[in-house]
Design a protein around this ligand. Structure first.
Ligand SMILES: [Zn+2]
Length: 100
């Protein structure tokens, strides 16, 4: 029980050649501390959520949005325009009696 409250902060690998911080995550099943080294600047390993969770600044979000841009057919404006046109089409179909 004391091991759960005080996790091992240091991990020594490669026969004592590498000393690094240890992942602080615990298994929910065995309650044992993860034995992988923590990522640089993080308290947990990549398996326990240490990897990036995406851009945070508006500049970074814009850069990712520009990198994923294909033809603009799925932008919010294009979807709103498509929805408006389908509503018009449905109104016309209803006016002509083509729809129940
Ligand atoms: Zn881990």
């Amino acid at each position: 029980m004391s091991q759960i409250q005080n996790p091992e902060p240091i991990l020594i690998t490669a026969g004592g050649k590498i000393v690094c911080r240890r992942c602080k995550a615990r298994s929910s099943r065995t309650k044992l501390q993860c034995s992988k080294p923590a990522l640089k600047g993080k308290a947990v390993c990549g398996h326990h959520g240490g990897y990036s969770t995406g851009p945070k600044t508006q500049e970074g979000k814009d850069r990712i949005r520009a990198a994923h841009w294909k033809d603009g057919s799925e932008t919010l404006e294009a979807k709103a325009e498509r929805k408006k046109k389908f509503a018009e089409l449905n109104q016309l179909a209803a006016a002509l009696g083509l729809k129940p």
